[in-house]
Design a protein around this ligand. Structure first.
Ligand code: HEM
Length: 566
């Protein structure tokens, strides 16, 4: 570098002060003009000096640029990603977003031994700690549960759609709903409602829709069909009504469409700066306009159901006495002031349960069917287990085969195969908390009050430190001991969350997924269409971006007999 030359140049002392200091003053301009015209050699000298000055400034910038690049790239070693001035790790995030964000996160987390600090642009709220260390997860989900609520950022982004419902609430509001819903979810009445509604949906709706595609010899989007099934099912549980999404012809249902649009538009808030989406909401423009319209559609449906149910309850209608859906349960209860819950609160409760129960089991089943399609020997083992249970029946194995709750419970291999799919493709791939008071994670990471913590559930399934060298392989056997399914720690297998906020629908979800999978696998071989692209979509839940296009092939009787006879 030649920077010192300019300061040692003797000519520099002869130049008037204004050659060093830019100015617009007229007498100075005149002086310049006089100097230049009176001496042509000093004219050319002046310009060559000036150019040299510019070149040297350029050199300074170049040197600073090189220094910044080298320094930023060297930070990768320490922080996991290059840290650029002003924008932090944002450029790497943009690259990650263009490919598979979850794989990108997994790669960094593995390099950083389970935890890293994401540094976003200094002016943004994109600063957080990302972890997938089971010790940290136990700390935040259980040991220090009260120090890690969902927090204001998450709640504000979801408030318009979810209000104060269980998914979007902390503290007292959450506790009250959790307690009531938990009692209901574990009641015999609720179990009966879920078993009956599922049986009806699978045998009267799902199988006929699948049969139709088989007869017409057309492929179907299995993810779409399963989303329809779980949507109808969770509406029956939450509202006590059946929207009829899953029926022959796969009709468009305005409420279902409004719900889907609302969740998609809400996700956009997480990838836009808060001030941007708030301004768009204020101006009622772009995605915020679409969100408002879809929420109006959701509310219209919810208000109508709540109004009708209130009438039923007031008349002590026979229907209302038999009902055990969540809406009716909460309507019979009183709040802390011994007043009935407001319509808004009832709406929030139902909408939250629909969100919790709709996307989760359907997308998990889609990944499961895709995985067994790639691993035919695993499909064969599932079929063998199903057939063994049928052959153990006391003579009652006539068609149509309808699986009984005790049989579903005994399907250990199927439960292992579904858990293994959830380990690799968790329906909720990342989740989020906020730190209330300064804290330190068991791995030594310092957490300041207000820090956002992301726990990367997808990455956890791909960590050798947790699952061993074969962590990327689909192996249901890792869940079995002597042929029986063994649960894993919720802080190692966090697909259903853990601690006090463990998924309330976990048992129901397993029952639902096993019932659907067994009923389908017993009847059909589900073949994924050739060259169908499969990749995750960036959303709150782990959708397949292009759905799952499949063709169904009816099971050969001889194949079934082979297993049944055995
Ligand atoms: C494969 C299926 C499912 C998976 C993987 C799953 C996963 C999860 C996860 C990760 C959470 C925590 C979310 C958070 O706090 O941010 C959660 C919460 C919850 N889930 Fe599930 N879920 C499934 C099915 C269901 C079903 C079918 C229902 C209901 C019918 C349900 C009801 C709930 C509820 C009410 C919560 C909120 C619990 C609370 O905050 O206290 N889930 N679930």
């Amino acid at each position: 570098m030649h920077i010192p030359r300019i300061t040692h140049d003797p000519m520099q002392h002869k130049l008037p002060y204004y050659f060093h200091t830019p100015t617009t003053h007229s007498h100075i301009m005149n002086n310049q003009f006089t100097n230049i015209t009176s001496n042509s050699s000093s004219f050319s000298l002046f310009f060559s000096k000036s150019m040299a000055g510019e070149l040297q400034i350029l050199e300074i910038f170049l040197a600073i640029g090189v220094f910044v690049i080298v320094h930023s790239l060297r930070q990768k070693k320490h922080y996991g990603l290059p840290v650029w001035p002003f924008v932090g790790m944002l450029p790497s995030l943009v690259v990650g977003l263009r490919h598979n964000l979850y794989e990108w996160l997994t790669d960094i987390i593995n390099r950083q031994n389970g935890t890293f600090r994401f540094k976003g642009p200094w002016f943004s709220s994109l600063q957080c700690v990302v972890t997938s260390d089971p010790r940290n997860l136990e700390h935040l989900l259980k040991t220090k549960f009260t120090n890690f609520p969902k927090g204001g950022y998450f709640r504000n982004s979801l408030r318009d759609l979810l209000g104060d419902g269980i998914f979007n609430a902390d503290d007292e509001t959450w506790q009250r709903q959790r307690k009531t819903a938990s009692i209901e979810f574990h009641s015999a009445r609720f179990r009966q409602l879920t078993a009956e509604s599922l049986l009806e949906l699978v045998h009267k709706r799902l199988l006929p829709v699948l049969d139709e595609s088989l007869q017409k010899n057309i492929s179907i989007d299995l993810q779409d069909v399963l989303l329809r099934l779980t949507f109808d099912n969770v509406c029956m549980i939450a509202f006590g009504v059946d929207p009829g999404c899953l029926s022959l012809g796969l009709p468009e249902i305005p409420f279902a469409q409004a719900f889907e649009n609302a969740t998609e538009a809400t996700v956009l808030r997480f990838v836009s700066p808060t001030c941007v989406w708030k301004t768009l909401r204020y101006l009622n423009m772009g995605p915020e306009k679409a969100l408002k319209e879809s929420i109006t559609g959701v509310n219209k449906f919810a208000d109508e159901v709540i109004r009708t149910r209130k009438k039923e309850l007031a008349l002590q209608d026979e229907n209302s006495k038999q009902r055990s859906d969540l809406l009716t349960v909460f309507m019979r209860l009183k709040d802390e002031n011994r007043q009935p819950f407001s319509d808004k609160f009832l709406r929030d409760i139902c909408v939250n349960f629909i969100l919790a129960g709709r996307d989760t089991s359907s997308v998990a089943l889609s990944w499961f069917f895709w995985l067994i399609n790639q691993n035919p020997e695993i499909e064969e083992k599932i079929l063998a287990e199903i057939c063994r249970l049928i052959s153990e029946r006391n003579g009652d194995n006539k068609e149509p085969i309808i699986f009984q709750p005790e049989e579903i419970k005994r399907m250990d291999y199927l439960q292992a195969a579904i858990s293994e799919a959830l380990r690799l493709y968790p329906s909720v791939p990342v989740d989020h908390k906020e730190v209330v008071e300064d804290d330190v994670f068991p791995d030594g990471t310092v957490l300041k009050k207000g820090t956002k913590v992301i726990y990367a559930i997808y990455a956890m399934g791909r960590m050798e430190a947790i699952w061993g060298k074969d962590c990327r392989e689909y192996k249901p056997e890792r869940w079995l001991r002597d042929g029986r399914f063994m649960n894993e720690s919720a802080y190692k297998f966090t697909a259903f969350n853990g601690g006090p906020r463990l998924c309330l629908g976990k048992d129901f979800a397993y029952y639902q997924m096993k019932f659907v999978a067994a009923s389908m696998i017993y009847r059909y071989h589900v073949k994924v269409a050739q060259d169908h692209p499969v990749e995750p979509k960036l959303a709150l839940t782990m959708y397949m971006k292009h759905g799952l296009k499949v063709n169904l092939i009816r099971r050969d009787q001889a194949e079934l007999q082979k297993h049944l006879g055995g």
